[in-house]
Design a protein around this ligand. Structure first.
Ligand code: TMP
Length: 206
Protein backbone atom coordinates (compact mmCIF):
# COMPACT_ATOMS: atom_id res chain seq x y z
CA UNK A 1 0.00 0.00 0.00
CA UNK A 2 1.53 3.29 -1.07
CA UNK A 3 0.44 5.15 2.09
CA UNK A 4 2.70 2.93 4.27
CA UNK A 5 -0.28 2.02 6.41
CA UNK A 6 -1.32 -1.58 6.82
CA UNK A 7 -4.53 -1.42 4.83
CA UNK A 8 -6.59 1.22 3.11
CA UNK A 9 -9.92 2.86 3.81
CA UNK A 10 -11.81 4.09 0.75
CA UNK A 11 -15.29 5.63 0.91
CA UNK A 12 -17.79 6.13 -1.91
CA UNK A 13 -20.28 8.95 -1.94
CA UNK A 14 -22.97 10.59 -4.02
CA UNK A 15 -26.69 11.26 -4.17
CA UNK A 16 -29.13 8.35 -4.26
CA UNK A 17 -29.03 6.80 -7.73
CA UNK A 18 -25.45 7.89 -8.47
CA UNK A 19 -24.39 4.32 -9.31
CA UNK A 20 -21.83 3.87 -6.54
CA UNK A 21 -22.98 0.40 -5.47
CA UNK A 22 -22.40 -0.99 -9.01
CA UNK A 23 -18.95 0.60 -9.12
CA UNK A 24 -18.00 -0.78 -5.69
CA UNK A 25 -18.84 -4.30 -6.89
CA UNK A 26 -16.74 -3.85 -10.05
CA UNK A 27 -13.86 -2.49 -7.99
CA UNK A 28 -14.10 -5.35 -5.51
CA UNK A 29 -13.66 -7.89 -8.37
CA UNK A 30 -10.80 -5.89 -9.87
CA UNK A 31 -8.92 -5.72 -6.56
CA UNK A 32 -9.52 -9.38 -5.68
CA UNK A 33 -7.98 -10.31 -9.05
CA UNK A 34 -4.95 -8.32 -7.97
CA UNK A 35 -4.81 -10.45 -4.80
CA UNK A 36 -5.86 -7.78 -2.32
CA UNK A 37 -8.03 -8.73 0.64
CA UNK A 38 -11.22 -6.70 0.30
CA UNK A 39 -14.02 -5.86 2.71
CA UNK A 40 -17.12 -4.22 1.25
CA UNK A 41 -19.24 -2.49 3.83
CA UNK A 42 -21.74 0.33 4.14
CA UNK A 43 -23.21 3.06 6.31
CA UNK A 44 -25.75 2.87 7.68
CA UNK A 45 -25.95 -0.90 8.22
CA UNK A 46 -22.42 -2.32 8.07
CA UNK A 47 -22.62 -4.00 11.49
CA UNK A 48 -25.38 -5.66 13.55
CA UNK A 49 -26.36 -2.55 15.50
CA UNK A 50 -26.17 -0.56 12.27
CA UNK A 51 -28.62 -2.89 10.53
CA UNK A 52 -31.22 -2.02 13.18
CA UNK A 53 -30.45 1.68 12.86
CA UNK A 54 -30.70 1.45 9.06
CA UNK A 55 -34.19 0.01 9.38
CA UNK A 56 -35.27 3.01 11.48
CA UNK A 57 -33.44 5.54 9.33
CA UNK A 58 -34.75 4.35 5.98
CA UNK A 59 -38.08 2.74 6.77
CA UNK A 60 -39.56 4.28 9.94
CA UNK A 61 -43.13 5.25 9.13
CA UNK A 62 -43.63 8.01 11.69
CA UNK A 63 -41.93 11.34 12.34
CA UNK A 64 -38.13 11.37 12.74
CA UNK A 65 -36.65 14.68 13.89
CA UNK A 66 -33.67 16.06 11.98
CA UNK A 67 -31.49 15.94 15.09
CA UNK A 68 -32.50 12.37 15.96
CA UNK A 69 -31.77 11.39 12.36
CA UNK A 70 -28.29 12.91 12.55
CA UNK A 71 -27.47 11.14 15.81
CA UNK A 72 -28.71 7.80 14.48
CA UNK A 73 -26.37 8.08 11.47
CA UNK A 74 -23.56 9.04 13.83
CA UNK A 75 -24.32 6.15 16.19
CA UNK A 76 -24.15 3.75 13.27
CA UNK A 77 -20.83 5.29 12.26
CA UNK A 78 -19.29 5.10 15.73
CA UNK A 79 -20.07 1.39 16.00
CA UNK A 80 -19.14 0.60 12.39
CA UNK A 81 -15.78 2.36 12.40
CA UNK A 82 -14.67 0.62 15.57
CA UNK A 83 -16.15 -2.81 14.86
CA UNK A 84 -15.47 -3.15 11.12
CA UNK A 85 -13.35 -0.43 9.53
CA UNK A 86 -10.56 0.13 12.04
CA UNK A 87 -10.07 -3.58 12.69
CA UNK A 88 -9.89 -4.59 9.01
CA UNK A 89 -7.60 -1.74 7.98
CA UNK A 90 -5.27 -2.60 10.88
CA UNK A 91 -5.22 -6.20 9.69
CA UNK A 92 -4.08 -5.07 6.22
CA UNK A 93 -7.30 -5.20 4.22
CA UNK A 94 -8.73 -2.67 1.78
CA UNK A 95 -12.08 -1.51 3.15
CA UNK A 96 -14.52 -0.24 0.51
CA UNK A 97 -17.19 1.69 2.36
CA UNK A 98 -20.46 2.70 0.70
CA UNK A 99 -20.94 6.13 2.38
CA UNK A 100 -19.24 7.60 5.43
CA UNK A 101 -18.59 11.02 7.04
CA UNK A 102 -19.31 13.07 3.92
CA UNK A 103 -22.86 11.69 3.68
CA UNK A 104 -23.74 13.30 7.00
CA UNK A 105 -22.29 16.63 5.90
CA UNK A 106 -24.07 16.42 2.52
CA UNK A 107 -27.46 15.11 3.72
CA UNK A 108 -27.86 16.39 7.30
CA UNK A 109 -25.72 19.48 6.67
CA UNK A 110 -26.53 20.73 3.16
CA UNK A 111 -29.75 18.72 2.64
CA UNK A 112 -31.40 19.34 6.03
CA UNK A 113 -29.63 22.68 6.49
CA UNK A 114 -27.90 21.53 9.66
CA UNK A 115 -24.83 23.18 11.19
CA UNK A 116 -21.85 21.87 9.23
CA UNK A 117 -19.24 22.90 11.79
CA UNK A 118 -21.09 20.94 14.46
CA UNK A 119 -21.47 17.96 12.14
CA UNK A 120 -17.71 17.96 11.46
CA UNK A 121 -17.04 17.87 15.20
CA UNK A 122 -19.58 15.10 15.79
CA UNK A 123 -18.16 13.11 12.86
CA UNK A 124 -14.72 13.36 14.47
CA UNK A 125 -16.13 12.05 17.75
CA UNK A 126 -17.93 9.18 15.99
CA UNK A 127 -14.85 8.10 14.03
CA UNK A 128 -12.26 8.89 16.73
CA UNK A 129 -10.66 11.04 14.04
CA UNK A 130 -10.33 8.20 11.52
CA UNK A 131 -10.90 9.50 8.00
CA UNK A 132 -11.03 7.66 4.69
CA UNK A 133 -7.63 7.64 2.92
CA UNK A 134 -9.52 8.30 -0.28
CA UNK A 135 -13.10 9.31 -1.05
CA UNK A 136 -14.76 9.03 -4.44
CA UNK A 137 -17.82 11.15 -5.17
CA UNK A 138 -19.93 9.93 -8.07
CA UNK A 139 -21.50 13.10 -9.43
CA UNK A 140 -24.65 12.61 -11.47
CA UNK A 141 -27.48 14.76 -12.85
CA UNK A 142 -30.55 14.82 -10.62
CA UNK A 143 -32.81 13.60 -13.42
CA UNK A 144 -30.60 10.59 -14.20
CA UNK A 145 -30.37 9.77 -10.50
CA UNK A 146 -34.17 9.93 -10.09
CA UNK A 147 -34.62 7.51 -13.01
CA UNK A 148 -32.12 5.07 -11.48
CA UNK A 149 -33.82 5.18 -8.08
CA UNK A 150 -37.17 4.20 -9.65
CA UNK A 151 -40.50 4.19 -7.85
CA UNK A 152 -39.80 2.16 -4.71
CA UNK A 153 -38.29 4.80 -2.47
CA UNK A 154 -37.01 4.72 1.10
CA UNK A 155 -37.51 7.56 3.61
CA UNK A 156 -34.52 9.56 2.35
CA UNK A 157 -35.19 8.94 -1.34
CA UNK A 158 -38.72 10.29 -0.85
CA UNK A 159 -37.29 13.74 -0.08
CA UNK A 160 -38.01 16.20 -2.88
CA UNK A 161 -35.96 17.49 -5.81
CA UNK A 162 -34.76 20.60 -3.91
CA UNK A 163 -33.39 18.45 -1.06
CA UNK A 164 -31.40 16.25 -3.42
CA UNK A 165 -30.22 19.30 -5.33
CA UNK A 166 -28.78 20.73 -2.10
CA UNK A 167 -27.15 17.37 -1.35
CA UNK A 168 -25.57 17.21 -4.82
CA UNK A 169 -24.28 20.77 -4.58
CA UNK A 170 -23.12 20.05 -1.04
CA UNK A 171 -20.99 17.15 -2.22
CA UNK A 172 -19.26 19.36 -4.77
CA UNK A 173 -18.57 21.95 -2.07
CA UNK A 174 -17.10 19.26 0.19
CA UNK A 175 -14.91 18.00 -2.68
CA UNK A 176 -13.53 21.53 -3.14
CA UNK A 177 -12.64 21.74 0.55
CA UNK A 178 -10.68 18.47 0.64
CA UNK A 179 -9.07 18.06 -2.80
CA UNK A 180 -6.33 15.74 -1.50
CA UNK A 181 -8.74 13.21 -0.04
CA UNK A 182 -11.73 13.54 -2.38
CA UNK A 183 -11.93 12.86 -6.12
CA UNK A 184 -15.07 13.47 -8.20
CA UNK A 185 -16.08 11.20 -11.08
CA UNK A 186 -18.69 12.12 -13.69
CA UNK A 187 -21.25 9.39 -13.16
CA UNK A 188 -23.51 10.42 -16.06
CA UNK A 189 -21.17 8.42 -18.29
CA UNK A 190 -21.60 4.76 -19.25
CA UNK A 191 -20.78 2.23 -16.50
CA UNK A 192 -17.54 1.13 -18.28
CA UNK A 193 -16.26 4.69 -18.60
CA UNK A 194 -17.07 5.50 -14.96
CA UNK A 195 -15.19 2.36 -13.97
CA UNK A 196 -12.15 3.20 -16.05
CA UNK A 197 -12.05 6.65 -14.40
CA UNK A 198 -12.32 4.92 -11.02
CA UNK A 199 -9.49 2.45 -11.80
CA UNK A 200 -7.23 5.31 -12.84
CA UNK A 201 -7.64 6.89 -9.39
CA UNK A 202 -7.41 3.62 -7.45
CA UNK A 203 -4.28 2.44 -9.28
CA UNK A 204 -2.47 5.51 -7.95
CA UNK A 205 -3.11 4.62 -4.30
CA UNK A 206 -2.67 0.83 -4.18
P1 TMP B 1 -27.96 3.82 0.62
O1 TMP B 1 -27.21 2.89 1.53
O2 TMP B 1 -28.94 3.11 -0.23
O3 TMP B 1 -27.07 4.75 -0.12
O4 TMP B 1 -28.94 4.68 1.56
C1 TMP B 1 -28.54 5.40 2.64
C2 TMP B 1 -29.36 6.65 2.72
O5 TMP B 1 -29.03 7.33 3.93
C3 TMP B 1 -29.08 7.63 1.59
O6 TMP B 1 -30.28 8.28 1.24
C4 TMP B 1 -28.16 8.64 2.22
C5 TMP B 1 -28.58 8.65 3.66
N1 TMP B 1 -27.53 9.01 4.60
C6 TMP B 1 -27.61 10.19 5.31
O7 TMP B 1 -28.57 10.95 5.14
N2 TMP B 1 -26.64 10.50 6.21
C7 TMP B 1 -25.58 9.67 6.46
O8 TMP B 1 -24.72 9.98 7.29
C8 TMP B 1 -25.50 8.42 5.72
C9 TMP B 1 -24.36 7.49 5.96
C10 TMP B 1 -26.49 8.14 4.80
Amino acid sequence: MKNNKKGLFISFEGIDGCGKTTQIELLKKYLIEKNYEIIVTLEPGGCDIGKKLREILLFNKGFVSDVAEMFLYLADRAQHIEEIVEKNVNEGRIVLCDRCIDSTVAYQGYGRKGNIEQINILNDIATKGIKPDLTIIFDVDLETAQERVGNTKDRMEKEGFEFHKRVKEGYLEIAKKYPDRIKVINSNQKIDKVFSDLKEIIDKVI
